[in-house]
Design a protein around this ligand. Structure first.
Ligand code: OSB
Ligand code: MG
Length: 366
């Protein structure tokens, strides 16, 4: 079928509590949603770019610009998501913007075909274990209260955001309070350099599942040297920009676990290729998060149900971030999130909830 047009919709959702990382603090989530209208069908994609270019070069206003100026014209009127992925290859970078448009087309096509995204991707699990990413706090007491709350809620894995000055002490305190059994990992979002290697190796004492992205995105060699000198597995997030880079990183010994984020790699097709690369190398993968609304969370849950996603992902319940989501909320059941089985991403956008948080809409005919 042929695409009628795309709606770009901006929304702002308040966060239930501020989320601080080594990149800064967020109080709300400014999200760009893309709705593709294809004949009688429609599909949704979420752009995971943040307001500011701190996690990667992308930011919401820039993503909206590249979508309207380059990606929608490149896609043309085709709803063939394989063809559109090829056409998008002419645009350098901007994977989050590409993912939003591509996922909207994929969702529309799958809804029209009556197939769920999970089935399309090759999901093998009806539910996925839920991990939670815990921000940097003002003090360790506040952190322990937050972690206690998440463990009570049933989360099966805790990820602590770290940065120089907030690393060994919070990890030690969490182990001390909650014991050696809980699944615990850390994420630095590129905040360290090679001179911090000795400090990072002291984390070996705490039985962490992994250390995520300690060094800058480009520094595969630095990660490989670190991986050779610490016992804790090194996991890459920001560095993994494609399946090719994933294969190179694994081959170079830069990581022994991979965080897969569709938005960071240009969409769910490339995310599945990264999954396949990891599976072929016996490298455990897991699905990361970017504070998604129910739209992005639904799609990520489908990806997390693939066989090679053997570690719990950053796929938490909607209420970890939002008091009111724009879809029916994802809830924890026994520490797990249920993978949607309906057509496409398998969740519907609540028009009233969406209207309440909308800050702008733009219709781009094709
Ligand atoms: O590095 O995984 C990250 C949030 C925003 C940007 C980068 C990251 C994160 C998270 C939170 O860790 C993941 C989530 O709960 O959605
Ligand atoms: Mg990360």
């Amino acid at each position: 079928s042929s695409v009628n047009g795309f709606e770009l919709r901006r929304i702002t959702l308040p966060l239930v509590s501020p989320f601080r990382t080594s990149m800064g603090v967020e109080h709300g989530r400014d999200v760009l949603l893309v709705r593709a209208v294809v004949g009688d069908a429609e599909g949704w994609g979420e752009c995971v770019a943040m307001s500011d270019p701190h996690y990667s070069h992308e930011y919401v206003d820039g993503a909206a610009d590249v979508i309207r100026r380059f990606l929608i014209p490149a896609a043309g009127s085709s709803d063939d998501f394989h063809l559109v992925e090829q056409r998008f290859a002419a645009v350098r970078g901007h994977p989050m913007a590409r993912t939003a448009v591509h996922t909207a087309l994929l969702d529309a096509r799958l809804r029209a075909a009556g197939m769920s995204l999970g089935e399309f991707l090759g999901a093998v699990r009806p539910t996925v274990p839920a991990g939670v990413s815990v921000g940097i706090m003002d003090d360790v007491g506040e952190l322990l209260d937050a972690v206690a709350g998440y463990l009570d809620a049933g989360y099966v894995r805790i990820k602590l955001k770290i940065e120089p000055g907030w690393d060994v002490a919070p990890v030690a305190a969490v182990r001390d309070r909650f014991g050696a059994e809980i699944l615990l990992q850390v994420d630095a979002n590129c905040a360290y350099t090679a001179t911090d290697s000795a400090r990072l190796s002291t984390l070996d004492d705490f039985g962490l599942l992994l250390i995520e992205q300690p060094f800058p995105e480009e520094d595969l060699a630095g990660h490989a040297r670190l991986a050779a000198s610490v016992r804790t597995p090194i996991c890459l997030d920001e560095s993994i920009t494609s399946a090719r880079v994933a294969a190179q990183a694994i081959g170079a010994g830069a990581c022994s676990a991979v965080n897969i984020k569709p938005g960071r790699v240009g969409g769910y097709l490339e995310a599945r290729r990264i999954h396949d690369v990891c599976a072929a190398h016996g490298v455990p993968a897991w699905v990361g998060g970017m504070l998604e609304t129910g739209v992005g969370r639904a799609a990520n849950a489908a990806l997390a149900a693939l066989p090679g996603c053997t570690l719990p992902g950053d796929i938490s319940a909607s209420d970890r971030y939002y008091a009111r989501d724009i879809t029916a909320p994802f809830v924890l059941r026994d520490g797990h999130i249920t993978v949607p089985t309906g057509p496409g991403i398998g969740v519907d956008v609540d028009d009233a909830a969406l209207a309440d948080v909308t800050t702008g809409t733009e219709w781009i005919p094709v």
